[in-house]
Write a protein that binds this ligand. Structure first.
Ligand code: ATP
Ligand code: MG
Length: 330
């Protein structure tokens, strides 16, 4: 699928409907039976309307409009984590962050991957960065304020990264409390932001353990593809170990199906298996496959800005509402 027609989640309730460009209009027509509303002839009976079945095969709830931000509350820190590469961690960090910023949350994105994709995806040049998260981790005289840069999205800042961070993984091994290094350097940001999203690299090494140790929650983006299910058990074991040994408050906020293509039996079977294995931990929101995400990356913008009315942007806005409904105290 390359034209964006099948991006996003099933039809939203009228109250929250955002008009989409013509290219997306064929989307609803192409919905599969299990994605269409369960009732087809509401006028024929007086029975109450049943909720629509969502792309995960479960009834799609209505997510409440987020409440206003509670002043003075510490930030919730959340890692995007999956050791498999190319599953949508960075795309989710950028677009969930931008959607939360649209909801009035002050957001800090942390690029914690030496590939620096998050920084590049927000338009930064990796060769022109004076200070990166590497300096913050390894040099005690560098402060958070010196490294944070604006992301180009109102209400959202970025701690950038580049290939220098790969050296930190080796150097941190010799540090005291090496797993708590990121937590220590992020501490001053907790009171300045409502949400801190950490984009992890595709590995379960020391950098990822640092991210999990610094986090309240984990979001696991998972490509709706068969091999994506392999390795999830290892990821869960790692999360459990970090919770037991380093960070008792760590929760799995949710598993997010990405690159979903509802026309293929394959995608739907993978989704079914995901729900069997993870139950309600799986977000009702899924992110469909569309080239618009790659186009947005090239433009150095979140999809919520690059193609604001696209179904892909809608999906991440819906994810923001679903995530906020899950977070305690929101
Ligand atoms: N829903 C989607 N539909 C189509 N393409 C997507 C989607 N989400 C992400 N992509 C594209 O897939 C590629 C990988 O996505 P992304 O960089 O977000 O994954 P990642 O898990 O962060 O990868 P890595 O493990 O290398 O850090 C990118 O080119 C991105 O534009
Ligand atoms: Mg990435």
């Amino acid at each position: 699928m390359t034209d964006g027609s099948f991006v996003g989640t099933p039809a939203m309730p009228p109250r929250t409907h955002v008009p989409r460009p013509a290219a997306d209009e064929s989307r609803d027509a192409a919905m599969l039976p299990f994605e269409r509303p369960a009732t087809t002839a509401p006028a024929a009976s007086a029975a109450p309307a049943q909720p629509a079945i969502g792309p995960t095969g479960r009834a799609m709830p209505e997510f409440p409009d987020p409440r206003p931000v509670v002043a003075g509350r510490p930030a919730r820190v959340v890692s995007m984590c999956n050791q498999k590469g190319g599953v949508g961690k960075t795309t989710t960090t950028i677009n969930l962050g931008a959607s939360l910023a649209e909801q009035g949350r002050r957001v800090l994105l942390v690029d914690f991957d030496p590939q620096g994709s998050l920084s590049v995806g927000l338009g930064l040049n990796p060769h022109e960065m004076e200070l990166t998260i590497y300096n913050l981790l390894m040099q005690r005289d560098v402060t958070l304020d010196e490294v944070v840069v604006p992301s180009g999205v109102a209400g959202m800042d970025l701690l950038p990264s580049n290939i220098d961070l790969s050296a930190a993984e080796v150097q941190l091994v010799h540090e005291v409390a090496r797993e708590q290094t990121l937590q220590r350097v992020l501490a001053p940001a907790i009171e300045h932001y409502d949400v801190i999203l950490i984009d992890c690299q595709p590995s379960l090494g020391l950098l990822t353990v640092n991210a999990l140790t610094a986090s309240d929650g984990v979001i696991v983006p998972l490509e709706c593809e068969y091999f994506a299910l392999r390795g999830v058990a290892l990821l869960k074991t790692t999360i459990d170990k970090v919770r037991e040994r380093l960070n008792p408050k760590l929760e799995i906020d949710g598993v997010l199906g990405t690159m979903f293509d509802g026309r293929t039996l394959h995608s739907r079977e993978v989704m079914e298996r995901l729900v069997q294995a993870w139950g309600d931990t799986v977000f009702h929101t899924v992110i469909r496959r569309t080239v618009k995400f790659s186009d947005a990356t090239v433009a150095g913008e979140p999809i919520t800005e690059y193609a604001s009315t696209s179904a892909g942007a809608d999906s991440y806005r819906q994810l923001a509402r679903e995530v906020l409904a899950r977070w305690p105290g929101e």
